[in-house]
Design a protein around this ligand. Structure first.
Ligand code: NAP
Length: 286
Protein backbone atom coordinates (compact mmCIF):
# COMPACT_ATOMS: atom_id res chain seq x y z
CA UNK A 1 0.00 0.00 0.00
CA UNK A 2 1.16 3.55 -0.67
CA UNK A 3 0.69 4.41 2.95
CA UNK A 4 -1.13 2.67 5.75
CA UNK A 5 -4.45 4.22 6.63
CA UNK A 6 -5.69 3.99 10.19
CA UNK A 7 -8.69 4.93 12.26
CA UNK A 8 -8.00 6.00 15.81
CA UNK A 9 -9.92 4.06 18.44
CA UNK A 10 -11.25 5.89 21.51
CA UNK A 11 -8.18 5.00 23.57
CA UNK A 12 -5.84 6.30 20.86
CA UNK A 13 -4.94 2.92 19.35
CA UNK A 14 -4.62 2.99 15.56
CA UNK A 15 -6.79 0.40 13.82
CA UNK A 16 -6.03 -0.33 10.16
CA UNK A 17 -8.70 0.87 7.77
CA UNK A 18 -8.29 -2.16 5.50
CA UNK A 19 -8.33 -5.75 6.67
CA UNK A 20 -8.95 -9.21 5.24
CA UNK A 21 -12.12 -11.15 5.95
CA UNK A 22 -11.98 -14.91 6.28
CA UNK A 23 -15.53 -16.25 6.23
CA UNK A 24 -15.46 -19.60 4.32
CA UNK A 25 -11.65 -19.58 4.12
CA UNK A 26 -10.33 -22.86 5.50
CA UNK A 27 -13.51 -24.77 4.67
CA UNK A 28 -11.96 -26.88 1.91
CA UNK A 29 -8.66 -28.69 2.24
CA UNK A 30 -8.10 -28.45 -1.52
CA UNK A 31 -8.16 -24.62 -1.32
CA UNK A 32 -5.86 -24.35 1.68
CA UNK A 33 -2.55 -23.53 -0.02
CA UNK A 34 -4.17 -21.00 -2.33
CA UNK A 35 -5.94 -19.30 0.58
CA UNK A 36 -2.80 -19.13 2.71
CA UNK A 37 -0.95 -17.69 -0.26
CA UNK A 38 -3.71 -15.07 -0.69
CA UNK A 39 -3.57 -14.03 2.99
CA UNK A 40 0.23 -13.83 2.89
CA UNK A 41 0.08 -11.74 -0.31
CA UNK A 42 -2.10 -9.31 1.62
CA UNK A 43 0.23 -9.27 4.63
CA UNK A 44 3.25 -8.77 2.39
CA UNK A 45 1.48 -5.90 0.64
CA UNK A 46 0.95 -4.18 3.97
CA UNK A 47 -2.48 -5.32 5.20
CA UNK A 48 -2.17 -5.69 8.97
CA UNK A 49 -5.71 -6.57 10.00
CA UNK A 50 -7.43 -9.96 9.72
CA UNK A 51 -11.02 -10.61 10.74
CA UNK A 52 -12.14 -14.09 11.72
CA UNK A 53 -14.55 -15.85 14.12
CA UNK A 54 -14.86 -19.06 16.09
CA UNK A 55 -17.94 -19.71 13.95
CA UNK A 56 -16.12 -19.71 10.58
CA UNK A 57 -15.74 -23.37 9.70
CA UNK A 58 -16.08 -24.08 13.46
CA UNK A 59 -12.48 -23.01 13.98
CA UNK A 60 -11.08 -23.95 10.57
CA UNK A 61 -10.70 -20.28 9.49
CA UNK A 62 -8.86 -19.35 12.67
CA UNK A 63 -6.53 -22.31 12.14
CA UNK A 64 -5.85 -21.26 8.56
CA UNK A 65 -5.15 -17.68 9.68
CA UNK A 66 -2.82 -19.02 12.37
CA UNK A 67 -0.88 -20.90 9.74
CA UNK A 68 -0.76 -17.92 7.36
CA UNK A 69 0.57 -15.68 10.14
CA UNK A 70 3.48 -17.87 11.11
CA UNK A 71 6.70 -15.92 10.67
CA UNK A 72 5.05 -12.48 10.75
CA UNK A 73 5.69 -10.12 13.65
CA UNK A 74 2.71 -10.23 15.98
CA UNK A 75 3.09 -6.63 17.13
CA UNK A 76 2.55 -5.43 13.55
CA UNK A 77 -0.78 -7.23 13.25
CA UNK A 78 -4.31 -6.33 14.31
CA UNK A 79 -6.22 -9.58 14.89
CA UNK A 80 -9.99 -9.63 15.24
CA UNK A 81 -12.12 -12.61 16.23
CA UNK A 82 -15.69 -13.11 17.41
CA UNK A 83 -17.45 -15.10 20.04
CA UNK A 84 -20.72 -16.93 19.33
CA UNK A 85 -23.62 -15.31 21.23
CA UNK A 86 -24.30 -18.56 23.12
CA UNK A 87 -20.68 -18.58 24.29
CA UNK A 88 -20.65 -14.91 25.30
CA UNK A 89 -21.40 -15.43 29.01
CA UNK A 90 -19.36 -16.15 32.12
CA UNK A 91 -19.74 -19.93 31.72
CA UNK A 92 -18.14 -20.22 28.27
CA UNK A 93 -16.47 -17.08 26.97
CA UNK A 94 -13.09 -17.78 28.56
CA UNK A 95 -12.89 -21.21 26.97
CA UNK A 96 -14.05 -19.79 23.64
CA UNK A 97 -11.33 -17.16 23.69
CA UNK A 98 -8.67 -19.70 24.65
CA UNK A 99 -9.74 -21.82 21.67
CA UNK A 100 -9.49 -18.85 19.30
CA UNK A 101 -6.07 -17.83 20.65
CA UNK A 102 -4.76 -21.36 20.35
CA UNK A 103 -5.96 -21.79 16.78
CA UNK A 104 -4.56 -18.39 15.81
CA UNK A 105 -1.26 -19.14 17.54
CA UNK A 106 -1.25 -15.95 19.57
CA UNK A 107 -1.68 -14.96 23.21
CA UNK A 108 -3.92 -11.96 22.69
CA UNK A 109 -6.48 -10.48 20.29
CA UNK A 110 -6.52 -6.84 19.31
CA UNK A 111 -10.30 -6.90 19.11
CA UNK A 112 -12.88 -9.44 20.31
CA UNK A 113 -16.43 -9.02 19.08
CA UNK A 114 -19.79 -10.37 20.19
CA UNK A 115 -20.84 -11.85 16.82
CA UNK A 116 -24.51 -10.92 17.22
CA UNK A 117 -26.96 -10.46 20.06
CA UNK A 118 -28.16 -13.63 21.72
CA UNK A 119 -29.83 -14.55 24.99
CA UNK A 120 -26.89 -13.87 27.32
CA UNK A 121 -27.61 -10.53 29.04
CA UNK A 122 -25.52 -7.74 27.51
CA UNK A 123 -24.29 -6.67 30.95
CA UNK A 124 -22.81 -10.12 31.56
CA UNK A 125 -20.98 -10.11 28.21
CA UNK A 126 -19.62 -6.62 28.90
CA UNK A 127 -18.35 -7.68 32.35
CA UNK A 128 -16.54 -10.66 30.82
CA UNK A 129 -15.07 -8.56 28.00
CA UNK A 130 -13.80 -5.99 30.49
CA UNK A 131 -12.22 -8.76 32.55
CA UNK A 132 -10.49 -10.10 29.42
CA UNK A 133 -9.12 -6.62 28.69
CA UNK A 134 -7.79 -6.36 32.26
CA UNK A 135 -6.11 -9.75 31.95
CA UNK A 136 -4.38 -8.69 28.71
CA UNK A 137 -5.96 -11.46 26.62
CA UNK A 138 -7.77 -8.91 24.47
CA UNK A 139 -6.84 -5.30 23.79
CA UNK A 140 -10.35 -4.09 22.89
CA UNK A 141 -13.85 -5.47 22.68
CA UNK A 142 -16.74 -4.61 20.43
CA UNK A 143 -19.97 -5.86 18.92
CA UNK A 144 -21.30 -6.94 15.56
CA UNK A 145 -24.73 -6.68 13.95
CA UNK A 146 -25.89 -4.12 16.51
CA UNK A 147 -28.46 -1.60 15.30
CA UNK A 148 -28.88 1.83 16.92
CA UNK A 149 -31.37 0.58 19.52
CA UNK A 150 -28.98 -2.27 20.46
CA UNK A 151 -26.18 0.26 20.89
CA UNK A 152 -28.40 2.40 23.09
CA UNK A 153 -29.14 -0.62 25.29
CA UNK A 154 -25.46 -1.49 25.40
CA UNK A 155 -24.65 2.01 26.58
CA UNK A 156 -27.07 1.59 29.49
CA UNK A 157 -24.80 -1.15 30.88
CA UNK A 158 -21.91 -0.30 33.13
CA UNK A 159 -18.77 0.00 30.92
CA UNK A 160 -20.97 -0.56 27.84
CA UNK A 161 -19.56 2.69 26.45
CA UNK A 162 -16.14 1.02 26.28
CA UNK A 163 -17.29 -0.75 23.11
CA UNK A 164 -14.54 -0.02 20.56
CA UNK A 165 -16.10 -1.06 17.23
CA UNK A 166 -19.39 -2.18 15.68
CA UNK A 167 -19.00 -4.55 12.74
CA UNK A 168 -21.98 -4.37 10.40
CA UNK A 169 -22.93 -5.04 6.79
CA UNK A 170 -22.20 -2.04 4.59
CA UNK A 171 -21.68 -1.63 0.88
CA UNK A 172 -22.72 0.77 -1.86
CA UNK A 173 -25.91 -1.21 -2.47
CA UNK A 174 -26.83 -1.32 1.24
CA UNK A 175 -26.43 2.09 2.86
CA UNK A 176 -29.14 1.96 5.55
CA UNK A 177 -26.66 2.57 8.39
CA UNK A 178 -25.83 6.02 6.99
CA UNK A 179 -29.20 7.31 8.25
CA UNK A 180 -28.82 6.80 11.99
CA UNK A 181 -26.33 4.12 13.09
CA UNK A 182 -23.26 5.62 11.46
CA UNK A 183 -23.85 9.13 12.86
CA UNK A 184 -24.69 7.67 16.30
CA UNK A 185 -21.41 5.75 16.35
CA UNK A 186 -19.45 8.64 14.87
CA UNK A 187 -20.61 10.99 17.63
CA UNK A 188 -19.26 8.52 20.16
CA UNK A 189 -15.95 7.80 18.43
CA UNK A 190 -16.86 4.20 17.54
CA UNK A 191 -15.69 3.13 14.07
CA UNK A 192 -17.81 0.97 11.79
CA UNK A 193 -16.10 -2.15 10.49
CA UNK A 194 -17.86 -2.84 7.19
CA UNK A 195 -18.47 -6.48 6.37
CA UNK A 196 -19.52 -7.62 2.88
CA UNK A 197 -18.01 -4.42 1.45
CA UNK A 198 -18.06 -6.09 -1.99
CA UNK A 199 -21.69 -7.20 -1.61
CA UNK A 200 -20.22 -10.71 -1.74
CA UNK A 201 -18.92 -10.15 -5.26
CA UNK A 202 -22.37 -8.90 -6.25
CA UNK A 203 -24.27 -11.91 -4.88
CA UNK A 204 -26.11 -9.68 -2.37
CA UNK A 205 -27.13 -7.17 -5.05
CA UNK A 206 -27.23 -9.01 -8.34
CA UNK A 207 -27.49 -6.06 -10.73
CA UNK A 208 -24.63 -4.09 -9.16
CA UNK A 209 -21.97 -5.73 -11.32
CA UNK A 210 -23.88 -4.82 -14.48
CA UNK A 211 -24.66 -1.21 -13.60
CA UNK A 212 -23.48 0.95 -16.52
CA UNK A 213 -22.64 4.01 -14.42
CA UNK A 214 -20.51 1.92 -12.07
CA UNK A 215 -18.82 0.23 -15.02
CA UNK A 216 -18.05 3.53 -16.74
CA UNK A 217 -16.81 5.12 -13.53
CA UNK A 218 -14.62 2.13 -12.74
CA UNK A 219 -13.15 2.10 -16.24
CA UNK A 220 -12.24 5.79 -15.99
CA UNK A 221 -10.10 4.96 -12.96
CA UNK A 222 -8.85 1.78 -14.70
CA UNK A 223 -10.26 -0.36 -11.91
CA UNK A 224 -12.92 -3.06 -11.65
CA UNK A 225 -16.43 -2.56 -10.27
CA UNK A 226 -15.35 -4.57 -7.19
CA UNK A 227 -12.51 -2.13 -6.59
CA UNK A 228 -14.92 0.76 -7.01
CA UNK A 229 -17.23 -0.75 -4.37
CA UNK A 230 -14.31 -1.10 -1.97
CA UNK A 231 -13.00 2.41 -2.68
CA UNK A 232 -16.47 3.78 -1.89
CA UNK A 233 -16.53 2.11 1.55
CA UNK A 234 -12.91 2.98 2.32
CA UNK A 235 -13.57 6.63 1.54
CA UNK A 236 -16.17 6.96 4.33
CA UNK A 237 -14.80 8.57 7.44
CA UNK A 238 -14.57 6.30 10.46
CA UNK A 239 -15.21 3.16 8.40
CA UNK A 240 -12.86 0.18 8.07
CA UNK A 241 -13.44 -2.58 5.49
CA UNK A 242 -12.67 -6.28 5.57
CA UNK A 243 -13.12 -7.73 2.07
CA UNK A 244 -12.50 -11.45 1.85
CA UNK A 245 -10.64 -13.20 -0.92
CA UNK A 246 -9.03 -16.57 -1.39
CA UNK A 247 -7.17 -15.31 -4.44
CA UNK A 248 -3.79 -13.55 -4.44
CA UNK A 249 -4.79 -11.44 -7.48
CA UNK A 250 -7.99 -10.24 -5.86
CA UNK A 251 -6.29 -9.45 -2.55
CA UNK A 252 -3.76 -7.30 -4.40
CA UNK A 253 -6.57 -5.57 -6.29
CA UNK A 254 -8.21 -4.85 -2.95
CA UNK A 255 -5.00 -3.34 -1.61
CA UNK A 256 -4.89 -1.08 -4.69
CA UNK A 257 -8.52 -0.08 -4.19
CA UNK A 258 -7.61 1.11 -0.70
CA UNK A 259 -5.48 3.83 -2.29
CA UNK A 260 -8.05 5.10 -4.76
CA UNK A 261 -9.67 8.42 -4.01
CA UNK A 262 -12.93 8.93 -5.87
CA UNK A 263 -13.58 12.48 -7.02
CA UNK A 264 -16.66 14.18 -5.51
CA UNK A 265 -18.48 14.21 -8.86
CA UNK A 266 -17.92 10.45 -9.24
CA UNK A 267 -19.16 9.83 -5.70
CA UNK A 268 -22.25 11.84 -6.62
CA UNK A 269 -22.75 9.88 -9.81
CA UNK A 270 -22.58 6.48 -8.12
CA UNK A 271 -24.68 7.78 -5.23
CA UNK A 272 -27.39 8.73 -7.68
CA UNK A 273 -27.53 5.05 -8.69
CA UNK A 274 -27.43 3.78 -5.10
CA UNK A 275 -28.73 6.66 -3.00
CA UNK A 276 -28.22 7.07 0.72
CA UNK A 277 -31.30 6.33 2.87
CA UNK A 278 -33.85 9.07 3.55
CA UNK A 279 -35.44 7.19 6.44
CA UNK A 280 -34.60 4.59 9.08
CA UNK A 281 -34.00 1.13 7.66
CA UNK A 282 -33.62 -2.02 9.72
CA UNK A 283 -30.04 -3.22 9.92
CA UNK A 284 -29.11 -5.41 6.96
CA UNK A 285 -27.50 -8.71 7.95
CA UNK A 286 -26.37 -11.89 6.21
N1 NAP B 1 -20.02 -10.06 11.61
C1 NAP B 1 -20.73 -10.73 10.74
O1 NAP B 1 -21.85 -11.17 11.02
C2 NAP B 1 -20.16 -10.96 9.36
C3 NAP B 1 -21.00 -11.41 8.34
C4 NAP B 1 -20.43 -11.59 7.07
C5 NAP B 1 -19.09 -11.35 6.87
N2 NAP B 1 -18.28 -10.96 7.91
C6 NAP B 1 -16.83 -10.71 7.71
O2 NAP B 1 -16.67 -9.82 6.63
C7 NAP B 1 -15.86 -10.43 5.62
C8 NAP B 1 -16.27 -9.94 4.24
O3 NAP B 1 -17.60 -10.30 3.92
P1 NAP B 1 -17.92 -11.51 2.90
O4 NAP B 1 -16.80 -12.46 2.88
O5 NAP B 1 -19.25 -12.05 3.27
O6 NAP B 1 -18.13 -10.76 1.51
P2 NAP B 1 -17.26 -9.76 0.59
O7 NAP B 1 -15.94 -9.49 1.18
O8 NAP B 1 -18.17 -8.62 0.28
O9 NAP B 1 -17.12 -10.61 -0.75
C9 NAP B 1 -16.36 -11.77 -0.81
C10 NAP B 1 -16.43 -12.28 -2.27
O10 NAP B 1 -15.81 -11.31 -3.12
C11 NAP B 1 -14.85 -11.95 -3.97
N3 NAP B 1 -13.77 -10.98 -4.17
C12 NAP B 1 -12.93 -10.48 -3.25
N4 NAP B 1 -12.10 -9.56 -3.79
C13 NAP B 1 -12.43 -9.49 -5.11
C14 NAP B 1 -11.94 -8.75 -6.20
N5 NAP B 1 -10.95 -7.87 -6.05
N6 NAP B 1 -12.51 -8.95 -7.43
C15 NAP B 1 -13.51 -9.82 -7.59
N7 NAP B 1 -14.03 -10.57 -6.58
C16 NAP B 1 -13.49 -10.40 -5.36
C17 NAP B 1 -14.42 -13.19 -3.23
O11 NAP B 1 -14.07 -14.20 -4.12
P3 NAP B 1 -12.54 -14.69 -4.32
O12 NAP B 1 -12.20 -15.50 -3.11
O13 NAP B 1 -12.59 -15.48 -5.57
O14 NAP B 1 -11.70 -13.46 -4.44
C18 NAP B 1 -15.71 -13.58 -2.50
O15 NAP B 1 -16.54 -14.34 -3.36
C19 NAP B 1 -16.08 -11.93 5.86
O16 NAP B 1 -15.14 -12.72 5.20
C20 NAP B 1 -16.05 -11.98 7.36
O17 NAP B 1 -14.71 -11.91 7.83
C21 NAP B 1 -18.81 -10.73 9.15
Amino acid sequence: MDGQQYITLKDGTPMPKLGMGTWCLGDYRSERDKEIDALRAGLDAGIEMIDTAEMYGEGKSEKLVGEALRGYRRENLFLVSKVYPHNAGRARIYRSLEGSLKRLGTDYLDLYLLHWRGSVPLGETVECMEELVRSGKIRHWGVSNFDTSDMEELFQEESGANCAVNQVLYHLGSRGIEFDLMPWLGERGIPVMAYCPLAQAGALRKEIMENQVLRETASRYSITVMQLLLAFVMQQEGVAAIPRSGSREHVLENVEAGNIVLEPQDLQRISAQYPPPDRKQPLDIV
